[in-house]
Design a binder for this molecule. Structure first.
Ligand SMILES: [Zn+2]
Length: 110
């Protein structure tokens, strides 16, 4: 088999390419294409929060976002930095939207 990153011929039994250090999973494929699940969860939570229980999904989204940030820092081969950043921006926007919604009293509308 060949390394997906540098193309060097490598043994299927090794865990990482000896040439470039690219990590390899058990089936021989590089792990580099994996997107961090917490970045996906953060993005999904903030999207959900726009039309369903923002009081629940916004804090959840922030927790996922922070977990994702640490996971991405510790695992450089993980993807999802842009997704995590997009989620963070979405979260800030949603936070402002949430504060706006909470400030509007139902009595002031009539
Ligand atoms: Zn390699």
């Amino acid at each position: 088999m060949y390394c997906t990153e540098c193309g060097q011929q490598i043994s299927p039994t090794v865990k990482a390419c000896p040439g470039c250090g690219c990590p390899l999973s058990a089936n021989g494929k590089a792990d580099a294409r994996t997107t961090d699940i917490f970045a996906i969860l953060a993005f999904a939570s903030f999207m959900m929060g726009f039309w369903l229980l923002p009081i629940l999904f916004v804090p959840a989204g922030y927790i996922f976002c922070i977990v994702s940030k640490y996971r991405l820092k510790e695992n450089p081969q993980l993807k999802g930095r842009w997704l995590q950043l997009t989620a963070a921006i979405l979260g800030i926007g949603e936070m402002l939207y949430l504060f706006h919604t909470l400030n509007v009293s139902p009595f002031s509308q009539q």
